[in-house]
Design a protein around this ligand. Structure first.
Ligand SMILES: *Cc1c(COP(=O)(O)O)cnc(C)c1O
Length: 251
């Protein structure tokens, strides 16, 4: 695959992230005067932890992944949009998706002015790996695979997914919103693949099997080298009110 430096949008690589006193101070204070906090203990008086330490710690224990492999989103819909923003230059780059699949990839791409190359599944609803790989050109930054797929409901053959991860020259986004409805989580665990393939990103959510769509809490898992470059910053301790700001520092 191409290096992350080659794949990330140039303006994002050179981004100087916003930094506040909260980024540097890890202690506890009853009132942060510099943040104009109310001293009267109003329930939402405090800006949330920019590193979302508590929530990430919980997800790390729950899912047996390292804290620095996690970035959180306002639902997993938000990482979809953020990944397009981080990797695709509007009007120039493109993404590849299967057809039919989850409609949000197209919407997020349209919002960001990114072309989507939609490659039909085979008659048996399997991945047409040759067609997917053939559709890729030097401007193809992301390839979305939803498995189990919405709306067809089937999980894709692991060798096909691996074939794409190995041969696609960009980032493969594996959307596992419905993974708990299969035995896949036990058979070939994408969390292990993350350690091996640095061009893989896995999307998970609390909206479906966990039945907590109202929280708007999803997350992306990435391998160590991707995760060291991707730093997600939430502005909420309460996942129900999350806003995310993605910072990419590939240095
Ligand atoms: C529902 C869904 C999502 C996103 O759900 P969130 O509530 O934003 O986490 C992502 N992918 C697929 C395939 C879905 O069906």
């Amino acid at each position: 695959m191409r290096s992350l430096q080659e794949l990330v949008r140039p303006n994002i690589i050179s981004l100087k992230p916003y930094s506040s006193a909260r980024d540097e101070f890890t202690g506890e204070a009853s009132v942060y005067l510099d943040a104009n906090e109310s001293p009267y203990n109003a329930p939402y008086n405090r800006y949330p932890d920019p590193y979302q330490r508590k929530l990430k710690q919980k997800i790390s224990e729950l899912k047996q992944v390292e804290v620095d492999q996690i970035f959180l989103g306002n639902g997993s819909d938000e990482p979809i949009d953020l990944l397009i923003k981080a990797f695709c230059t509007p009007g120039i780059d493109n993404i590849i998706s299967i057809e039919p699949t989850y409609g949000m990839y197209q919407v997020a791409a349209d919002i960001n002015c990114i072309e989507v190359k939609r490659i039909p599944l085979t008659a048996g609803f399997d991945l047409d790996t040759n067609a997917l790989l053939k559709a890729a050109d030097s401007k193809s930054k992301l390839l979305f695979i939803c498995s189990p797929n919405n709306p067809t409901g089937n999980s894709f053959v692991q060798e096909d997914i691996l074939n794409i991860i190995i041969n696609f020259q960009g980032i493969v986004v594996l959307d596992e919103a419905y993974i708990q409805f299969t035995e896949m989580e036990d058979i070939v665990d994408s969390r292990k693949l993350l350690l091996e393939y640095e061009n893989l990103i896995v999307l998970r959510t609390f909206s479906k099997a966990y039945g907590m769509a109202g929280l708007r809490c999803g997350y992306a898992l990435a391998g160590p080298s991707m995760a060291s470059g991707l730093r997600a910053r939430h502005n909420s301790v309460d996942p129900a009110a999350q806003f995310i700001e993605l910072e990419l520092l590939f240095r």
